[in-house]
Design a protein around this ligand. Structure first.
Ligand SMILES: [Zn+2]
Length: 352
């Protein structure tokens, strides 16, 4: 399936950027966004904010987080193996045997996550869940000294970049959480190029979401928006083992997701829904009775409060090396958010 700027999406997905180390991938966002806005700046926290000047006296902030989960070098052991900690929520069960990429002293190097083979485990060991401390990254060093020449404590790593295209417009890659969101907010900027009557638009490629929504806190404070739309991924429930009674019915390819609940301004939600209906854009609803755990939460609670919405893309296998999304859902999110921005004017009432 073709999507506009697929090449840009691929670059976003391949670049490394675990929380706290986002500047390499921010370069990709900056260079794309600068073609479609009046100003791009990077704040002291590492957020990149692309600003498109408007003619209407309202500010809309569109935010998506550019950081991904990853690894950090904790210690180099006597064998020259790299012992590591996780950056963000990493499931140790997914790791043994994976190829990963470590960004070390001399640049990127590849490694393999090692673990004791099943043959050499006693019965107790076999029945235990894998823990991070049972694993290491083998970078092919023959000794601790050799390994230290290649990597240092504090260096970071990510899942191996790879983009797999599946039928029906599905793609699989690392870091779709939330590079697909960054791709969507960037593409909204592109869609709005040349539109004259608009509020001020601030598109944020934010940092450190996976370690506590940190970039959204600081960027929302700076921007002081009237409206904030966070774009992130949400769990699809269309695969084995997920209970729809507990998690709702969210399918890949059936539309972008609008969240409903305390974290969401009801006026913003109804404008999103109307925009979708008028544009013939399919959407799904997700019940979010509490704090959504996304940047929508940080933005909503900024200063005296911000009218906030959350648009998500359904995703399978969150925080795995091969998360899956549908490009169709991403396209719908772009259309609906661009339409939303065009709908807002100075009369738009945001009081619930
Ligand atoms: Zn996310």
């Amino acid at each position: 399936m073709q999507i506009k700027d697929f090449h840009y999406l691929k670059k976003l997905l391949e670049a490394p950027g675990p929380s706290g180390f986002e500047q390499e991938v921010q370069k990709v966002f900056r260079s794309f966004a600068s073609d479609f806005c009046d100003d791009v700046r990077t704040d002291v926290h590492g957020n990149v904010i692309a600003y498109k000047k408007g003619s209407l006296d309202k500010k809309i902030m569109l935010t998506a987080h550019i950081d991904e989960i990853g690894f950090m070098v904790r210690h180099i052991d006597d064998h020259g193996c790299v012992r590591f900690d996780s950056i963000g929520g990493v499931d140790p069960a997914l790791l043994p045997g994976l190829a990963v990429r470590v960004y070390g002293n001399g640049g990127a190097l590849d490694g393999i996550i090692g673990k004791k083979p099943i043959h050499l485990m006693d019965r107790d060991e076999r029945n235990k869940a894998v823990k991070l401390e049972d694993l290491w990254i083998d970078i092919g060093a023959g000794s601790a000294g050799e390994a230290r020449k290649m990597v240092s404590v504090g260096d970071y790593g990510t899942f191996m970049p790879s983009l797999t295209e599946l039928p029906a417009g599905l793609i699989a890659s690392k870091s779709l959480d939330d590079r697909i969101g960054v791709f969507i907010v960037s593409s909204v900027l592109r869609e709005l190029a040349g539109v004259r009557e608009l509020p001020h638009i601030y598109v944020v490629s934010s940092v450190q979401e996976e370690v506590g929504l940190r970039g959204a806190v600081t960027s929302a404070y700076t921007i002081k928006p009237d409206i904030g739309i966070a774009v992130d991924v949400t769990h699809a429930s269309d695969y084995p083992s997920i209970d729809k009674n507990k998690h709702g019915d969210i399918k890949l390819g059936e539309g972008c997701v609008f969240h409903v609940g305390a974290n969401i301004n009801s006026r913003v939600l109804s404008i999103l829904k109307n925009t979708a209906v008028q544009g013939g854009i399919s959407y799904q609803l997700e019940a979010s009775p509490r704090n959504t755990g996304t940047e929508a939460n940080a933005v909503q609670l900024s200063r005296g409060g911000v009218a906030t919405g959350l648009v998500s893309v359904p995703l399978r296998y969150m925080h795995s090396p091969n998360e899956i999304v549908s490009l169709k859902d991403a396209e719908r999110a772009i259309k609906v958010i661009a339409g939303f921005c065009k709908t807002i004017d100075k009369h738009t009432d945001l009081i619930p």
